[in-house]
Design a protein around this ligand. Structure first.
Ligand code: GLU
Length: 289
């Protein structure tokens, strides 16, 4: 099977060294295996994505010499595919509408005194999962704004035990409940990151997902969505995150590390690629590997 990797940035800012490292890991894995490296622009968050960053990302990648194969996929062109996947999940009976605002959720967590925690903070307390069916129907009939959540406990039981494989950590038993009843479609956007990424990795035939370790937990859930939707399961390589000289993770908007800033300061593509080849520690000595 030929290797297909992808780089899937969200156009919410300029590419910096952290993104470039992620792109390089995917590009390198594809090139080493004689496979394909795809570019996907994850631009469905209307509040945060801007077209000028999409253009800047393509330009910076091309400048760096990390060329991609075939056409660029833009998630904003894929809404029908996400709606279809959402409908299939809904037909399985594993989704429910959630009318809660952020404030409602905070109030409910405060009322409960203690809420289960996931890797990213408190989990959704399940308020709307327990709604009386008649009330749920009435609120839907009134056209009340709502998100769509996955009943992860139910979905997990339906799918049965699942596993996936990480290049560094080895075989993983899927624990999709780690993130709780995640949102799959939002009030202002027809697909969440979790749904769109799973749908697109399958549609694009991605065989090796390379992305930062910050998304490791999300893969437990993605594995469940793949099972429910009948998709092939890619391999995963969750790579380390680039840290600055003090060992801190580079901030997403670290201007000093933006490729444009490095370029303006005279860095060449070859220098930056040599830097990426040395790994995630920015203080690593050039003579290292
Ligand atoms: N769009 C996501 C981000 O920029 C990455 C998604 C992924 O690689 O799965 O953080």
């Amino acid at each position: 099977m030929s290797v297909v990797t992808r780089f899937a940035p969200s156009p919410t800012g300029l590419l910096h060294l952290g993104h470039a490292y992620s792109a390089w890991v995917g590009w390198q894995a594809a090139r080493a295996a004689g496979g394909r490296f795809l570019l996907r622009i994850e631009d469905i968050d209307p509040g945060r994505c801007r077209p000028e960053y999409d253009a800047a990302i393509r330009e910076d990648l091309a400048w760096l010499g990390l060329g991609w194969d075939g056409p660029v996929l833009r998630q904003s062109d894929r809404l029908a595919a996400y709606a279809e996947a959402l409908q299939r999940l809904s037909d399985l009976g594993v989704l429910y509408p959630c009318f809660c605002t952020r404030k409602d959720i905070q109030a409910e967590i405060a009322r409960l005194g203690q809420a289960p925690h996931g890797p990213d903070g408190p989990l959704y307390p399940g308020t709307c999962r327990h709604l009386d069916p008649a009330e749920r129907e009435a609120r839907l009939a009134r056209g009340e704004a709502h998100a769509v959540r996955l009943d992860v406990g139910l979905a997990d039981r339906l799918a049965g035990p699942l596993a996936w494989h990480d290049h560094e950590e080895g075989r993983q038993t899927a624990r999709p409940a780690l993130l709780g009843d995640v949102i799959l479609a939002r009030k202002d956007s027809p697909a969440s990151y979790h749904l769109s990424v799973v749908v697109d990795d399958a549609a694009q035939g991605v065989t090796l997902v390379t992305r930062g370790r910050d998304l490791f937990h999300a893969t437990h859930l993605h594995r469940l969505l793949q099972a429910l939707l009948g998709y092939a399961v890619p391999l995963y390589h969750h790579h380390g995150l680039i840290t600055d000289e003090a060992g801190r993770r580079l901030a997403k908007r670290s201007d000093a590390a933006a490729l444009r800033a490095l370029r303006a300061a005279g860095a060449s593509p070859a220098e930056i690629r040599a830097r990426l080849e040395r790994g995630t520690d920015l203080s690593a000595a050039p003579a290292g590997r």
